[in-house]
Design a binder for this molecule. Structure first.
Ligand SMILES: Cc1cc2nc3c(=O)[nH]c(=O)nc-3n(C[C@H](O)[C@H](O)[C@H](O)COP(=O)(O)O)c2cc1C
Length: 364
């Protein structure tokens, strides 16, 4: 099964990359991604010309509810350390693309890009702390384009309200694509037992990531690709399985990044997802990653009512459908029954059933 994906002159032997963050914060971690995780490309922690002031502790995970909250900023290592130590050592083995993440302003780019250029196959540019004015972001893009011929991708944050216009502005200014999305926020982490806010700087706010943001990330990828089909989109946010990777590729991504999945389940998740991808592609009827990327999604919207049906031999009488039906339309009378006068055809029972015992033709 071919897992290769290609965009803007970069070739990735598989579509998974680490997302910028602590797992790519120095030479040891970059080498782990290349030599043990086996990701198709490696991305660095965001490098910026200023020292970050990071509260401790700063990374919280809720494994039950599948999210991460953090108050990290950019790399704790100065640019000089990256240029003099980490990057030259890492690049001695030069077998897959290295995307260097940089932040944040136009002036920062003038400092960073010329120094980092010799080590980068591409750049990813965080706009997390630069506000929402698209003319300022476009100006930064023009500056980067004047400093490098290499591909670069602008990373969009969920607090930037208009993904389509962001994409249009950065494309017109000369960027190759978008990385969607950065962390969701501001959010807050309240510990009720101790009556306090935790893991946060003085303002009390932290950033949320992981599976809880996946649907927002997918929608942002989809919106951008629909609005600007020529832009490369790299999807990120909530990936934790090979199935998630396929969803991002179908939404319009050419490559996919992950961080929180590994903070919740362990760093071996990168290698596992790459191992799982061939059988997941086969399960969904795809021949290759490129086959997924070229697929157009159907959206068979319908406004016609349809009563669900029960496949009796699959029903284990767990009553979950009865308990969750928001229209009080499911009852247990010897068997699960649907009241035609009450059923709203909402479809919740089909997705809630743990044994796939409820069907609707529309959802087949
Ligand atoms: C602890 C932590 C640190 C992060 N640091 C950075 C960073 O330095 N630069 C950046 O662009 N994004 C950073 N991010 C955001 C991630 O790159 C990614 O966009 C986000 O976490 C969503 O992906 P995920 O759900 O797979 O984690 C960080 C996220 C976390 C959880």
């Amino acid at each position: 099964m071919k897992l290769r994906t290609q965009f803007d002159g970069l070739t990735l032997e598989n579509p998974l990359m680490p997302a910028s963050g602590p797992l790519v914060g120095d030479l040891e971690k970059l080498s782990f991604m290349r030599d043990e995780a086996g990701t198709g490309a490696v991305v660095t922690k965001t490098i910026a010309p200023r020292e970050p002031k990071i509260p401790k502790p700063c990374i919280y995970t809720d494994t039950r509810r599948q999210f991460v909250m953090n108050s990290e900023l950019w790399s704790e290592h100065p640019m000089e350390r990256w240029v003099e130590t980490f990057l030259p050592a890492y690049r001695k083995k030069n077998d897959r693309p290295l995307i260097i993440s940089v932040g944040y302003s136009k002036a920062d780019m003038e400092t960073l890009i010329p120094r980092l250029e010799p080590f980068a196959d591409a750049f990813e540019v965080s706009t997390h702390y630069v506000g929402t004015d698209l003319s300022v972001i476009a100006d930064t893009v023009r500056t980067i384009r004047s400093l490098t011929n290499k591909p670069f991708y602008m990373k969009i944050s969920p607090h930037i309200p208009d993904a389509e216009n962001y994409a249009k502005a950065i494309k017109e200014a000369g960027a190759n694509g978008v990385v969607a999305i950065n962390s969701l926020g501001p959010t807050i982490n309240i510990n009720p037992a101790r009556r306090r806010i935790e893991y946060a700087p003085e303002d009390g706010f932290v950033w949320t990531t992981g599976p809880v943001i996946k649907n927002l990330a997918l929608a942002t990828v989809y919106k951008i690709k629909q609005a600007e089909p020529d832009l490369t989109v790299i999807g990120v946010g909530g990936v934790a399985s090979a199935e998630d990777v396929v969803e991002f590729l179908l939404a319009g991504a050419s490559g996919v990044q992950m961080l929180s999945g590994a903070l919740l389940k362990g760093k071996q998740l990168y290698a596992k997802i790459i191992r799982d991808l061939p059988k997941v592609l086969e399960k969904f009827g795809f021949d290759s990653v490129e086959d997924v990327i070229g697929t157009e999604l159907d959206n068979p919207t319908s406004y016609e009512d349809e009563l669900p049906t029960l496949i009796e031999e699959k029903c284990i009488e767990c009553m979950l459908c009865v308990k969750t039906c928001p229209y009080f339309a499911i009852e247990f009378k010897d068997r699960i029954t649907f009241a035609p006068d009450k059923c709203f055809s909402c479809g919740l029972c089909v997705s809630v059933c743990p044994t796939d015992a409820i069907e609707m033709d529309k959802l087949r």
